[in-house]
Structures are given as structure tokens and as C-alpha cells.
Ligand binder design. Structure first.
Ligand code: PLP
Length: 318
């Protein structure tokens, strides 16, 4: 069964009343600077601080009663973990989170705070999927991966569904990507609700596996990238996400860490919004001209806002 917009609609129905309908923000300054009409979907204001709550909620809501009782396992560099932990707590499903030993402190603390059990691993030495699989088998847990899962992808698509329902058809849609769950879900929603829209993915320059994958026509694997965009440090797209992205996206462009910092500063100074580095990827592509936006109606997904206050201060002071 292949994923379609009907799955995004079903997800929207399941998460209604649990996930927030986040605001769409505009900025005359940003429009003047780019010559475009930009619509920022503000997922930093989503529950648990990122769009990941959407996919997590949908995937947990789709479990059977037996699966719910045994609990779920997630492996994540942060936001997916928080999302699963919080969505599990709200739906009274126990959660186990496998996290890298060097995950940002704010994300570890928040995840534990939602009541999840945390198991750590070394992401430069161990394979998180293997660690997770062992644990899940031993304890009968359902694994909900951060991006390569139909229910997760469908849930992530609800952000763009809301965006287009609110502002109308778009000429362009800019979406950040790590493993491509958000981008794939966004493609399903955007193509159905604004058929003529041109969809671009944006990933860190240091981790452009998505760009390489589109060029090669198959999923390309890279070493763990080094970037401040800690939500997009994935090494490859997924088996579910890649075909959708390949079919629907016009292409993938990149942003540098310096461009992300510049965008973060803009959101704090001008829009009073804390956007984490990964959450700035799509906006950076618009601000820096990686995708020409002048004269167009452009949807820009701000994917999350979970950044350590100390790290935010350091970035802004530099
Ligand atoms: C996970 C995450 C991404 C990347 O999402 P994928 O579905 O893996 O492409 C982007 N931004 C933030 C804030 C995230 O947490």
C-alpha cells in the first residue's frame, strides 16, 4: 500500500485536539528582503517544540491495544524522542528512548521530564538501529522510527495541510530535511491541496546526502555529518521517504551553518521567535537565494525551536 493524501487526512483526524494547530506568521521585513510573500509555519510552537509531535501522535494513536500496553521504543537525536515521550504520556503508553550520548542537554532533560525511560549509545561507534532492535525484541516494544514509517510521514504532512488550508495555494514550498519524513509528508499534502506548487527540500551543506541521492537516483549513505543543525544529522533518506521525495520534489538545496545562525538571529530579533538551527534551514534557503523566491507566494516550514538557551546565546553573540 502506498501512502497518499488520504493518509495525511486520517492523521489530521487522529491528532486533532492533541497536537496544536500552529500559527502561520508573516514578516514585512522578510518579504521586503526577499521580494516574496513568505508564510512561516511556526512549529517551534508545536507541543514538545517541533513538528515531530504530529508523526509521533499519529503513530501511537494507530497502535493496537496490546501494543499500547507493552509500550513503544524510539531512537532519536532529540526531537522525535521528546515527541514520542510526550505523545506516549498523553495517550498513557509507556516509552523507551534510545539517544546518542552527546544529545543536547535540553532535549535529554525534556524527554526524561515527560516520563520516558532513556537508554544511551555512542553514535560514532554503535548503530542505533541495531541497539534499538535488540532492546525492542527483548521487551516486546513497538519501534517507531523518526522518519521512515508511513504513520510518521502521514502525521508530519499535517503541518503543510494546515498551512495551505489557512493561506491558500502556494507557488513554492520550502521544507528542511534530515531523513525526509517531514518533506515526504509535506509533498503528499502540498501536491493534493496546491497541485502546481514547486517543492524544495533544504538540508545542511555538510550533510547533503539527499541532494546526492536525487542526483544518483538511489539512496546515498554518508558518514554522520557535522553541523549545528542537530535535527538533520541523518546519514541517509528512508525507503518510504525517498520515492515520494524523488517523485514530488523539484530538488534539494543546502544551507551553511553561518546562514542558519543568521536566520536564527533574524527570527529572534525581528519575529520574537526561537527557531533551532535545523528549523532555520528552509528560511535560510529563502533568505540566501538558494531557491529564487522573488514575486512568489512561498510556504516556509520552521520545523522546531528546541535549542539550549546557552547555545542560542553563543550563536547570537558570535
Ligand atoms: C527531525 C527534524 C527535522 C528533520 O526531519 P526529517 O523528517 O528527519 O527529515 C527537521 N527539523 C527539526 C526541528 C527536526 O526535529
Amino acid at each position: 500500500m502506498s501512502l497518499s493524501y488520504a493518509d495525511v487526512e486520517a492523521a489530521a483526524h487522529r491528532i486533532d485536539g492533541i497536537a496544536h494547530r500552529t500559527p502561520v506568521l508573516t514578516s514585512r521585513t522578510a518579504d521586503a528582503r526577499t521580494g516574496a510573500t513568505l508564510f512561516f509555519k511556526a512549529e517551534p510552537l508545536q507541543r514538545a517544540g517541533a513538528f515531530k509531535f504530529r508523526g509521533a501522535c499519529n503513530a501511537i494513536a494507530a497502535l493496537s491495544p496490546v501494543q499500547r500496553e507493552r509500550g513503544v521504543l524510539a531512537f532519536s537525536s532529540g526531537n522525535h524522542a521528546q515527541a514520542i515521550a510526550y505523545a506516549g504520556a498523553l495517550q498513557t503508553v509507556p516509552t523507551v528512548i534510545v539517544m546518542p550520548h552527546d544529545a543536547p542537554a535540553i532535549k535529554v532533560a525534556a524527554t526524561r521530564g515527560y516520563g520516558a525511560e532513556i537508554v544511551t549509545y555512542d553514535r560514532y561507534k554503535e548503530d542505533r538501529e541495531a541497539v534499538s532492535r535488540r532492546l525492542a525484541e527483548a521487551r516486546g516494544l513497538s519501534v517507531i522510527p523518526p522518519y521512515d514509517h508511513p504513520d510518521v510521514i502521514a502525521g508530519q504532512g499535517t503541518a503543510v495541510k494546515e498551512l495551505i488550508e489557512e493561506v491558500g495555494p502556494l507557488d513554492l514550498l520550502l521544507v528542511c530535511l534530515g531523513g525526509g519524513g517531514l518533506l515526504a509528508g509535506s509533498c503528499l499534502a502540498a501536491r493534493a491541496l496546491s497541485p502546481g506548487v514547486e517543492i524544495w527540500g533544504v538540508e545542511p551543506e555538510a550533510g547533503n546526502d539527499g541532494q546526492q541521492s536525487l542526483a544518483k537516483g538511489e539512496v546515498v549513505r554518508i558518514p554522520v555529518p557535522v553541523s549545528i543543525a542537530d535535527g538533520a544529522l541523518t546519514t541517509h533518506l528512508g525507503n518510504h521517504t525517498f520515492p515520494i521525495i524523488r517523485r514530488e520534489a523539484a530538488g534539494i538545496v543546502t544551507a551553511t551553518d553561518a546562514q542558519l545562525v543568521s536566520a536564527m538571529r533574524f527570527f529572534v530579533e525581528r519575529m520574537k521567535l526561537v527557531v533551532e538551527p535545523t528549523g532555520c534551514l528552509a528560511a535560510a534557503a529563502a533568505f540566501e537565494g538558494a531557491v529564487p523566491v522573488a514575486g512568489k507566494r512561498v510556504g516556509v516550514i520552521l520545523s522546531g525551536g528546541n535549542v539550549d538557551p546557552a547555545a542560542l546565546a553563543r550563536h547570537l553573540a558570535a
